[in-house]
Design a binder for this molecule. Structure first.
Ligand code: 5GP
Length: 189
């Protein structure tokens, strides 16, 4: 998506060869018009797939997921990050290794909101190692929902996430794909 690539070029900050900061338009301050356009683009791509729900991972996936869910007119479900605790019968739970924070956290989904009749599109801000996406897939599989695909604003294509998902048969749709980064340098695929 040219609009997103231009914005990344202008306002994204490549901290080093692994981390891109997009705090001024995606993660901290949100550019609502750009976010709306991105949601529409994702919705357009998946419009004929029979999607019943959008799932995302708390918290930076919420803005793009909400825009997508508005464009598709389906509910959005937030997979919630919670500190580890005793197994709860009303929740599906799984553990995720965080890329940015280098820690583990628990991801949960209430059994009330997704079931075997759902066909779910996962939406997130970044695809890096694919740990968050894989954990989301694990939760959705526990609910016996089917998976329509994984849509992401920014894929860092030099990291293993894309391969990890496609090798499980999951379609990955990325609005911007970064081939290479270095401090203050970004190259798109
Ligand atoms: P993964 O599980 O694919 O390794 O990482 C996914 C999560 O880590 C994303 O949801 C995002 O919140 C965060 N993340 C990964 N790489 C970056 C990055 O380069 N910049 C920012 N701001 N967040 C990232």
């Amino acid at each position: 998506m040219k609009l997103l690539e231009a914005k990344i070029k202008e306002d994204g900050i490549a901290v080093n060869e692994h981390i891109l900061k997009v705090d001024s338009f995606i993660n901290h301050q949100v550019d609502p018009m750009l976010m709306q356009e991105m949601g529409r683009e994702i919705a357009e791509h998946f419009k004929d797939k029979g999607i019943t729900k959008i799932a995302t991972i708390e918290s930076s996936g919420i803005a793009p997921a909400l825009m997508t869910s508005i464009a598709m007119n389906v509910p959005m479900i937030i997979l919630k990050k919670q500190p580890s605790k005793i197994l709860n019968q009303d929740l599906y739970q799984t553990v995720v290794t965080s890329f940015t924070k280098e820690t583990n956290y628990e991801l949960t989904l209430s059994k009330k909101y997704i079931n075997e009749n759902d066909h779910v599109l996962i939406v997130d801000d970044f695809l890096a190692n694919g740990e968050a996406a894989t954990a989301a897939l694990r939760l959705l599989r526990m609910s016996h929902a089917t998976i329509a695909g994984f849509a992401v604003l920014i894929e860092k294509s030099f990291q293993p996430g894309h391969q990890k998902l496609t090798s499980q048969g999951i379609e990955v749709f990325a609005l911007a794909k970064i081939a290479k980064m270095a401090e203050n340098y970004i190259e798109f695929l």
